[in-house]
Design a binder for this molecule. Structure first.
Ligand code: 6GU
Length: 246
């Protein structure tokens, strides 16, 4: 997969060199290119913002640098990229959207600062390429760069061969399957006793059926306590008799 990011803070994207995403890049599974929006300005001060028409607080990002940046980046590949516009007024970012984005060959991110980008940039881009405006949650960030890091990490780990163990995302909270829509329960490793605290017996029993049942119960209990909305949203047919007793 190819990922381009256009930003006024290229250094904010440095974490893309680290850990899972960094490794995917050095392995050639991910081609990440970060561009400085200011390199698409032509004035001495490399201006990217201006006062909003209609008044109001803050500044709005000017259309011209974004237009040039998107023309240049979009023309640099074989196919059409999907434009991902991080904004608190976007479509909520979920595992489902992460899976959708992971299926695209090429994503271009346009994280904004200030009060956002002149609307015409997104409107004009959508005449030429698919556009997803995406929010990572109901809170306001000072800029979209942190959202890009979140989205890229969630997408990259879904790419074929990026996670060490292909089974690793099977039981993820929010992954489809038997644990669908349940939060993951607790996990344990050695030693079996630590500071007087022991690992639940069943996990040491080697009884795979009982272990699966226990994990599902823990997931169910945790979800009911922390995210009752996820249980409400479930198809009742996904619950068995044992769940109903919890
Ligand atoms: Cl994607 N951007 C900004 N600036 N704030 C956000 C967001 C994105 N998602 C939630 N809050």
């Amino acid at each position: 997969m190819r990922i381009d990011v256009v930003t006024i803070f290229p250094e904010y994207l440095e974490p893309l060199n680290v850990s899972l995403v960094g490794k995917a890049r050095t392995r050639g599974q991910l081609d990440v290119r970060v561009h400085d929006l200011r390199s698409f300005t032509h004035d001495k001060h490399r201006t990217v913002d201006d006062t909003p028409f209609g008044g109001g607080p803050g500044m709005v990002m000017k259309p011209e640098p974004w237009g040039e940046a998107l023309d240049s980046v979009a023309a640099s590949g074989e196919e059409l990229p999907t434009l991902v516009v991080p904004t608190p007024s976007g479509r909520p970012f979920t595992q489902e959207l992460a899976v959708e984005l992971a299926e695209r060959p090429w994503l271009v991110f346009t994280p904004a600062r200030y009060e956002g980008i002149d609307r015409r940039v997104i409107d004009e881009a959508s005449t030429r390429m698919p556009v997803e405006e995406v929010s990572i949650g109901d809170y306001v960030l000072a800029g979209g760069e942190a959202a890009v890091l979140v989205i890229v990490e969630a997408v990259a780990r879904l790419l074929p061969g990026v996670l060490g163990n292909a089974e690793s995302h099977r039981d993820d909270s929010f992954a489809p399957g038997a644990m669908a829509d349940l939060l993951e329960g607790p996990v344990y490793t050695k030693p079996p006793e630590w500071r007087g605290r022991t690992v639940p017996e069943v996990l040491l029993s080697g009884h795979h059926g009982k272990i699966a049942r226990w994990r599902r119960d823990e997931a169910f209990r945790r979800t009911a306590a922390l995210r009752p909305d996820l249980i409400e949203r479930c198809d009742p047919a996904t619950f068995d008799k044992h769940d109903r007793r919890l």
